[in-house]
Design a protein around this ligand. Sequence first.
Ligand code: G4P
Length: 527
Amino acid sequence: MGFKDEIKRRRTFAIVSHPDAGKTTLTEKLLLFGGAIQVAGAVKSNKIKKTATSDFMEIEKQRGISVATSVMGFDYRDKKINILDTPGHKDFAEDTYRTLSAVDSVIIVIDVAKGVEEQTEKLCEVARMRNTPIMVFINKLDRIGKDGFELLDEVEQKLNIKVRPLSWPIGMGPGFKGVYNLYQQDLNLFSPHGKQEQHDVISVKDVNDPVLDKHVGGSAAEKLREEIELIEAVYPEFKVEDYLNGEISPVFFGSAINNFGVKELLDCFVDIAPPPVSRETEERVVEPNEDIFSGFCFKIHANIDPNHRNRIAFIRICSGKFTRGKQYHHVRLDKALRISSPTEFMAEKREIVDEAYPGDIIGIPDSGNFKIGDAVTEGEKLHFKGIPSFSPEIFKYVDNADPMKSKQLAKGLDQLTDEGVAQLFTSQWSGRKILGTVGPLQFDVIQHRLQHEYGALCKYSPVNLHKVCWIDSEDKSELKKFIERKQDYVTVDKDEKPVFMAESAWALQMAEEQYPKVKFHTTSEFE
Ligand code: G4P
């Protein structure tokens, strides 16, 4: 197969959901269809169980499991599918934001009873920032849940996306009869706890076909006709182009645990989801079918063996063919890089890979050279965009608790924050360091890892912060003035970018009003 055909057949995406909506179950069913696993239950949930919130060792153990499921590749029809796993726990949301930078599309799973939940909103916002095409799967139709139209309204409002149902449920809960597939014009009849083969799929001419009445009963068929009529009247005609531009999201209904509606989703996904798309860099747009190799690191998984401080850097290939053993270039370090044992992930297995293509993810063993966002090229100095840091939500001062080990502490903090466990801000005025995270768990993880991997002791003390904002201004003297006046509240991030630490929403508003020429950004990347 030629280079361009290899690229065209790749589909790299992530499934995101609020915990418990059914992401793991859906992933597993997709893998079953792809023949990547043979039995249900083979995919270990990387979900960090609620009971373990105070037990971070348990969390580290569970994160260890998740390295195996970081990327799940399999073939389906003539396509190579790469599913990128995202952590379910909200304290690791930042990991998910970064993973979303490495995909070409997203499937969102929503629980029919719970509707759109908080974490889904945030994740969808990140996907939308990049105009990533989104498909929606409404799960658990075997249970009583919200009305279909009510849910679609909720999805449109809370996720701020336009939707178009491509399947429609007939009843729900104990009265769930199946789904009418508007995409393929057929009727998929539901039998609880059946395998896909046991669900009968019946071809219908259109929604007026009397075959419908025969299978779901006259009144359910009538209701379905009314609802389909409403859908056709209210929702725009589905155009693949609109989906690819991130303007409209097709919606499917089903029940992952019963393997129902999953094949329809997968078949439509394979038909319309985008192959690897172009990537923006600070220098230029990189097209996947360029001959020259390029990729970037979007995730670092550490602690595979705590005694050896080894890590895997995950690289998304953006252009060109990757060849094992060939000499590449680490752009930030301006250093040659020969990758002798890159790994590829196929469901539960990790294998050395000799070549890989745009859309693929390879794992590189790393002893501390990689940082999130780093580019690997054939020599060109590229800096990929779209991998910003987001304002953390929880902050603490971090100080040295063992004066003999200050070097170890500095190194540990440097490497752990390169991995993206937390963000590090340094006060220009006092030199004190502040750690910012999305959730409280990371503080425990950092303290533990500093001690066990770097032999360093740290102590935390509270700092009252609402948000951090990256600042800039076209008027450099105004920016300088702001930094001088607010020196107590200005720090720099790891890339030496100035950051305003706002104590409250009010303080931020005041700063914005007082310094109209200064721009305040909640992510580290801005135009
Ligand atoms: P997550 O990765 O999004 O967190 O969700 P996961 O797939 O682990 O599913 C959460 C729970 O919902 C699981 O039950 C799972 O069996 C159930 N589930 C998934 N899909 C469906 C569905 O279509 N219908 C129904 N009724 N339930 C579904 P659990 O009791 O938490 O775990 P388990 O003991 O069954 O594994």
